[in-house]
Each structure stands twice: as C-alpha cells, then as structure tokens.
Design a protein around this ligand. Structure first.
Ligand SMILES: [Zn+2]
Length: 287
C-alpha cells in the first residue's frame, strides 16, 4: 500500500510496457478478487507517480473475456491510484473515424455476456450512477494530449463494448451503426463500471485500427491488418499517456472520487463479515 495518489495506466493491444517510465519496480499483487492480468510496474513518468498494467498480460495471453477486470481495478486501488487512463484498440463504425484516428469515449453500449463487472453482490447491494460513465476531467486531458501527440481525435464518442473474442458479424456491425455508435471494442466499459465502483476517475483513449466489417470498400477486419496498424498506434498511445499523466490535476472537481457515497443500499448491520473483508480495498470507508 502506498498513501500517495498515483495515476494508473492500463495498456491494451499493442501497449504492453512503457519504456519511458523511471524508477521502475515490479509489484505482483493478489486481491480479494483474484490475480490481476500481470504484475504492475510502479515508478514515475515525467516525475509523476504511476502504476502500469498490461491488460492482456505481456505477450497478449488473455482474451477480453478471460481478463480479471475486478482484480485489475482493485490492484490499482490497492497501489494508491485514484485515476485510471486506458489505452486500447478499437474498430470504427463511422466513415469519418478513420484507422489511425483516436476516439475518447464518453458513452458506452454494453454487449458483453461472460464477465464479472461489479465488485458488489454476495450480501452487499450497491447501485452506482453510470449516466456519465467516464471522468470529464481525465477525458479532456486525454483528448488534448492525443491531439498534442499528433493524433486526429474524436471526442465524446459512443463505444460499443462487445464480448469477443470474435469480431462482429456484418448484421451486428450494421445494427451498431444504426444506433449511432462511433467505435467498437471489447474492454473499456467493464473497466469504466469497476472504476466508478472503486471511486476512481477513468478515461480511455481508443485508437482505431479498422472499419469493422460494415464498410463497403475497405477490406473486412483481419488480424494481419490490425496488427500492422496497432504498432503505429502504440507509439502514439505512449506519447499521449506520457503527456496526459503530467496534465492530470490532483485537485480536479469531477466527483468520481465520491461516486459511491449514497450507492450502497444494504443495511450495514446485515452485511456479512466476508463481504466486508472482500470489499475493504474498494469501499471500506462506507462499510
Ligand atoms: Zn473524475
């Protein structure tokens, strides 16, 4: 445990480490929700205390369904982080959101099916507000940093979070377009839900690799094309994260860090000791 507020960084497809970090220490954590994807790397980035985690584990060994999102977010909390900046790959659902562009989502549509996405349950009921699922302060910082890193940025994007690991069928892709969504990915909403429950600010930089499969003229999405563009995008993501970390305002007035003040509805006297213990790193101050 470290009392100092750190900025947590989650690297997605293509971003498995941050070479620019200094004073690096590897921290292998166990949480009440199991083991995170990989070791955390704590240290500094441009003088700011950070913790980095590779979402799919180094070597890309865990599918979006297999990731233990709860352990990942809980681990960041245990390391004293109160903000999470995520970088990930996504597909585009709109012509104007082209490959190599960046989207900063402000809304999500959930199409996941097989994953744990709440810390609560098991005797403790909480209803977190999710109308605005990402931190406005951190999103602004990420968007500005991405622009500064030379990316074309689409702010306030709507992100469809699908289960995967397969990509969309053509009918699904067309359906999501009809909903007005901008990009599609497999991880970000689950993290946003859990970050909200853990009272951490969350924002995400989604780098576009492809046009999913709806596009009439572009080639249908394939892993070969995606991996090539991932490499280019990863360099831009690293530059963006480094700049964003330096611009996070510790005294931001967004409300994320008090998000659960009125969310736990269960009579405190009825909460089992086991649940109290499990939730201690996440919501200990309310139990
Ligand atoms: Zn916030």
């Amino acid at each position: 445990m470290n009392g100092q507020a750190r900025v947590g960084l989650v690297g997605g497809s293509g971003v498995y480490d941050l070479a620019a970090m200094e004073n690096v220490r590897e921290e292998r954590l166990d949480t009440p929700f199991g083991r995170p994807s990989d070791s955390y790397f704590t240290g500094t980035l441009g003088g700011v205390a950070v913790a980095f985690l590779s979402r799919h584990a180094r070597g890309h060994r865990q599918s979006p369904t297999e990731i233990n999102y709860r352990a990942n977010v809980c681990g960041f909390k245990m390391l004293g982080c109160d903000a999470l900046l995520s970088a990930s790959a996504c597909g585009s659902l709109k012509e104007e959101v082209a490959p190599r562009h960046a989207a900063v989502p402000s809304q999500f549509i959930d199409r996941t099916r097989h994953r744990e996405d709440t810390f609560f349950g098991g005797g403790v009921v909480a209803h977190a507000a999710l109308a605005d699922p990402v931190c406005p302060a951190l999103s602004g910082v990420l968007a500005d940093s991405a622009r500064g890193a030379g990316l074309i940025v689409h702010r306030d994007a709507t992100y469809v979070c699908m289960e995967g690991p397969q990509f969309s069928t053509r009918a699904e892709s067309k359906l999501y377009r009809s909903w007005g969504a901008d990009v599609i990915g497999m991880t970000n909403l689950t993290e946003a839900r859990l970050a909200r429950e853990a009272e951490m600010c969350y924002a995400s930089l989604s780098l576009v690799t492809d046009y999913d499969c709806w596009h009439e003229t572009a080639e249908d999405v394939s892993v070969e094309v995606i991996v090539a563009i991932l490499g280019e995008n990863a360099a831009a993501a690293r530059r963006t994260l480094a700049a964003a970390v330096a611009a996070v305002d510790p005294s931001r007035a967004c409300g994320c860090r008090d998000a659960m003040r009125f969310a736990i509805i269960t009579d405190r006297a009825a909460i089992p000791d086991s649940a109290r213990e499990r939730l201690r790193p996440i919501a200990g101050r309310y139990l």
